[in-house]
Design a protein around this ligand. Sequence first.
Ligand code: ES4
Ligand code: ZN
Length: 320
Amino acid sequence: EATAAFIAGMPKAELHVHLEGTLEPVQRLEFAERNGVALPQDDVAVYTDLTSFLASYYPNMTVLQTERDFFDLAFAYLTKAAGQNVRHTEMFFDPQAHTSRGIAFATVIAGYHEAVVRAERELDISAQLIMCILRDHSAESAMDTLAESLHYKHWIVGIGLDSDERDNPPSKFARVFARAREEGYLLTMHCDVDQPNSIEHIRQAIEDIGVDRIDHGTNILEDPRLVALARDRGIGLTSCPLSNAVVSDGGKAPEIVELLRAGVKITVNSDDPPYFGGYVTDNLLALAAVTDLSRDELVLLQRNAFEISWISSVDRDAHL
Ligand code: ES4
Ligand code: ZN
């Protein structure tokens, strides 16, 4: 109806999507066949939390082998995003998930970067890459990956932190992120919903690491002091309603609305679309369906996304 058409028509920015998490079941089949690799597992895996999701997510990546695979994966996502009126997107990728199984960093980033270039030319969408560190790997591996990324610094806007959060706090990577900052990268970190020690991880990310954004992070409501700090410093939160609904009982829709109304620059994103049930428009529809968000507030979510995005201020002003 009217709200659905309004949501579909809004110009959007997406700031939290994992390229490896955009792998659709049909692409998985296609890549497995053309590369002659066995399908790692059944099509429909059941997951109810972050750990069980990741247990399905990483094995599926074995079908990604060639530069063409990485290009096709990213270009397919960018085509879908452009079709939902996403005008700017910042896409996570996980190089260690590939280098750890013998795929060269160069293969991964060449494919992804070519998709960015072609999408900007052909799809009327701007795109940037954010390299994520896998937090369940060692700090040494993270530092090696950061060093390797420096060869492609002009193709990477920032550094993130993802994967299994349990016992892997931001502090484990303090030196890596300090170095990343020195190199000129912008910084973000996942503080996934309802993880053990969530509020301490959020505090470390903001106060000790000095991140520019936090991915998820809705548990910040447990500490009003940190909410005020995020608001005053303009630290954005990239929330993902459909992903939240899978990994946390009841999802986080009321928290997203509360943070928006508290003046925190929160946004709505898709995370891992085929795994969690939809792209960015689907996430906005799901959120709107269970809240009383007004049209002005739906627009505010997009304004927030363009404001906390890492496009240059010149490009950003054109969108605003
Ligand atoms: C992720 Cl939802 C989520 N959390 C942590 N790491 C991830 N990688 C891909 N999706
Ligand atoms: Zn994520």
